[in-house]
Design a protein around this ligand. Structure first.
Ligand code: 5RP
Length: 226
């Protein structure tokens, strides 16, 4: 039986088989991605370069001498590998536990293929047990919190956290997420919100889900009809 860390390792390392020579690779953020980066280091001379989704990931890439590219000059990203805080069977996700959601969403939008790497504890029937992170311009914090209350969510200011973009995070509890795509758009439409951690409009294409019994489920988003 695998423990949590071993499941993260299995999921993270398994993503390396999707990396082809000459690719531009988007690299997510978090404890599962760390294992992917270790493997990516063994292919650093084969890829065109990597685009980090956070300063934390940029630091790791530099430690492994993996070439970093600038998204504004790189063009389309061939593949994006990242974790999730929750993911459902449509491969819609909640992300942002590590406060990197905005850059993650930008990279996901630019990527041809999004591979989500996760342990089985992240796979849920319905999104929303994990509080939904929302990145907010600091001066709009109270206004956004009041608007979220109108959606029956309970916002909680994440103290001591400033995002890589200089903003703050509200974690929204108690949301009834029956229509992830609608809610994603609704929250993004509140003035002062930079983005929210629902990845429904652009979900993952493939989920590599590591299981306690040591197996890896490969779940293809195209299998499901929305
Ligand atoms: C960071 C994220 C991460 O992908 C998410 O928090 C999962 O992280 P971990 O692999 O450490 O559980 O969205 O903003």
């Amino acid at each position: 039986m695998l423990n949590l860390e071993q499941m993260k390792q299995l999921a993270g390392e398994s993503a390396i088989k999707y990396i082809e020579d000459g690719m531009i690779v988007g690299v997510g953020t978090g404890s599962t991605v760390k294992y992917f980066i270790e493997k990516l280091a063994t292919r650093k001379n084969d890829i065109k370069g990597a685009i980090p989704s956070s300063e934390q990931t940029a630091t790791l890439l530099k430690q492994y001498n993996i070439p970093i590219l600038d998204l504004n000059s790189s063009g389309i990203i061939d593949i994006y590998v990242d974790g999730a805080d929750e993911i459902n069977h449509y491969l819609e996700m909640i992300k942002g536990g590590g406060a990197a959601l905005t850059r993650e969403k930008i990279i996901a939008a630019c990527a041809r293929k999004f591979i989500c790497i996760a342990d089985e504890s992240k796979y849920v029937v319905k999104l929303g047990t994990f509080p939904l992170p929302v990145e907010v311009i600091p001066m709009a914090r109270s206004y956004v919190a009041r608007e979220i209350l109108k959606l029956d969510g309970a916002p909680d200011f994440r103290t001591g956290v400033v995002t890589d973009n200089g903003n703050v995070i509200l974690d929204i509890h108690n949301l009834d997420i029956t229509q992830p795509m609608d809610l994603e758009a609704k929250i993004n439409n509140i003035v002062g919100v930079v983005t929210n951690g629902l990845f429904a409009k652009r979900g993952a294409d493939v989920l590599l889900l590591a299981k306690k019994d040591g197996s890896l489920d490969v779940i293809n988003g195209e299998t499901y009809v929305k």
